[in-house]
Design a protein around this ligand. Structure first.
Ligand code: ATP
Ligand code: MG
Ligand code: MG
Length: 555
């Protein structure tokens, strides 16, 4: 039964089809406001709307909801298009609410002529006061019954820039006693004396969201206008506006709502993300700690992992918070299948194999991915002097320590079994070199009896003479609190984690990584998953840690 795999929005569409909606009438849209970069919450909406398009083989428009020139910019338009395409979706038409400004204006004139809209010069405070409360009816504005001629004349002057911002608004005349406060004569237009990123200074009055949104859906002949739950009370207004302009020969869009995606340990509103950018708490919208699509991408997330996350967190009818560890689980699963295994040492200490010939270099074969035999192998140079992690050695250790210590054996990954022999220290007692001997018959894959010998513990390493130096950036959560923006009386900025970025200036990588390209994914063995940063160059390699190998977050 295919309906089992449909989410509740898809079921609504399937029912409409079953009730006679012609399949060719199906049309969806994703409607971002270009006032910031897309975040992981938007990804839910993108996956839902483009998912509807895929499932029902119907077009999906990308509609920029660009009705507020004070916050919108071309940079955001470009970033949004880029992110959607990177996720792997393609819109049917690129649309802009601003392309409909003339049509919206013409319809507003019709409303005035029908006595269903009026201009109001009162202050915002005064109008709010007159609205009353949900349990008491509002008071009609003294301008509610101005004549059509007067309204038309003033609205024309508003349009022509004859008034300063705030001098007048245009309001719909609906019902000042409605139990739905949004129906108590809502605003249609306000004066904003700011150039628009697309229409320049052509307009100085701009339509409000509610007026623009449903009518834009209607113009594009969208069948299902999907939005988040907070718009549920707006549905009545959405329908009222459509009633005013609706033509029987055309399709009438319907609004349906689903729950917003929230994620723990972060904030998701664009306004708050902008605050993080402007306060330089992060390096930009695509800082790898940001919950933006571009930040996640730079961090090493794949489109598949983000789509998987959207799928497993589901489309729901009630607001909830998804734990960020689920997002991390999705990327870990994906990278485990696809990332190339390499070796890197982040906190190096020198290891000398005293019985290995001085000038010998062996090219050893390393498996690219044990999960994928087709991934092949690459070569890793091995020599007498290596780096290993400082924390992989202890002079003395008990039997539960499976790393290197004096008198004990471990295997060097893809190479030999070695035994700790002695250490060299500086005047402060810090270890500067570890000396060991190696079982020269034990090379991995050589087929000898010694090569099959089991020892507890395998260490990663790099050959000092061949290693490439790199900067490695490790990230922790950007906020220390699970729900940073839900504490009354406290600003979310108070919960910023001061130690969310750790920069390792001198890490050493096997030389294979010199060839790394942007978006290549690697597992640094035993350390986690890493990807090249966008600012890396051949002279200055920079890797970002995407996620650790295991869920290391204390429960
Ligand atoms: P923000 O408060 O982050 O600015 P928004 O809803 O104002 O969010 P829009 O650009 O208007 O941002 O959103 C475009 C579409 O994405 C809308 O349909 C919106 O409902 C949806 N959307 C935004 N945030 C989320 C979220 N957290 N979960 C699911 N859908 C979302
Ligand atoms: Mg919005
Ligand atoms: Mg918004």
């Amino acid at each position: 039964d295919s309906s089992e795999s449909l989410n509740f929005i898809e079921q609504i569409v399937a029912e409409d089809l079953a009730n006679g909606l012609p399949k060719e009438n199906l049309r969806f849209r994703f409607p971002p406001e270009p006032n910031g970069y897309l975040h992981i919450g938007h990804a839910a909406s993108i996956c839902l709307n483009f998912g509807l398009g895929n499932k029902f083989n119907a077009p999906v428009n990308l509609r920029f909801d660009d009705t507020n020139p004070t916050k919108e910019e071309q940079e955001y338009v470009d970033a949004i298009k880029n992110d959607i395409q990177w996720l792997g979706f393609q819109w049917a038409q690129e649309c802009y609410s601003s392309d409909y400004f003339q049509q919206l204006y013409d319809w507003a004139i019709e409303l005035i002529k029908k006595g269903k809209a009026y201009v109001d010069p009162q202050s915002a405070e005064k109008m709010a006061e007159q609205k009353g409360t949900p349990t008491t009816p509002g008071t009609p504005s003294p301008y509610r019954d101005s004549s059509v001629e007067e309204n038309l004349e003033i609205f024309d002057k508003m349009k022509n820039g004859e008034y300063p911002a705030g001098a007048y608004v245009l309001r719909a005349k609906i019902d000042m006693a409605s139990p739905n406060m949004l129906m108590r004569d809502p605003l249609l237009y306000r004066i904003v004396n700011k150039p628009h990123h697309r229409t320049g200074s052509e307009w100085c009055i701009y339509p409000m969201y509610d007026w623009a949104h449903g009518e834009s859906d209607y113009i594009e002949q969208i069948s299902h206008s999907i939005c988040t739950l907070e718009f549920k009370p707006h549905r009545e207004l959405y329908d009222w506006f459509l009633d005013q302009i609706y033509d029987d020969n055309k399709q009438r869009p319907k609004q349906r709502e689903f729950a917003r995606r929230n994620l723990s340990y972060t904030v998701m509103s664009k306004r708050k993300l902008l605050q993080l950018v402007e306060s330089k708490t992060v390096s930009g919208w695509d800082d790898p700690r940001m919950p933006t699509i571009s930040g996640l991408r730079r961090r090493g997330y794949t489109p598949e992992s983000i789509k998987k996350f959207s799928e497993v967190s589901g489309i729901t009818k009630r607001d909830s918070v998804t734990d960020v560890s689920l997002l991390e689980f999705c990327i870990r699963e994906d990278l485990n299948k696809t990332a190339t295994r390499v070796m890197a040492v982040l906190d190096p200490v020198k290891l000398v194999i005293t019985n290995y010939p001085q000038d010998k270099v062996e090219m050893l074969e390393a498996e690219n991915n044990p999960e994928d035999p087709k991934a092949g192998t690459h070569e890793v140079p091995f020599s007498r002097e290596l780096y290993i992690e400082r924390e992989d050695f202890k002079e003395e250790a008990n039997s539960k320590y499976f790393r290197l210590s004096l008198g004990k054996e471990v295997r060097l990954k893809s190479a030999y079994i070695i035994k700790g022999e002695s250490v060299v220290k500086d005047e402060n007692g810090n270890i500067t070199e570890i000396h060991c001997t190696c079982d020269l018959d034990s090379r991995s894959g050589s087929g000898t009896e010694a090569s099959m010998r089991k020892v507890k513990g395998t260490l990663h390493w790099v050959s000092i003479a061949h290693a490439v130096k790199a900067e490695v950036r490790e990230y922790d959560r950007l906020f220390l609190d699970e729900a940073p923006d839900s504490h009354e009386g406290k600003d979310f900025m108070e919960f910023v984690n001061p130690d969310s970025l750790n920069i390792i200036k001198e890490a050493y990588l096997e030389p294979f990584l010199k060839e790394a390209q942007l978006e290549d994914k690697f597992q640094f063995q035993r350390l986690g998953y890493f990807t090249l940063d966008k600012n890396a160059s051949a002279e200055h390699l920079i890797f970002n840690k995407t996620v650790g190998l295991r869920d290391s977050w204390a429960k």
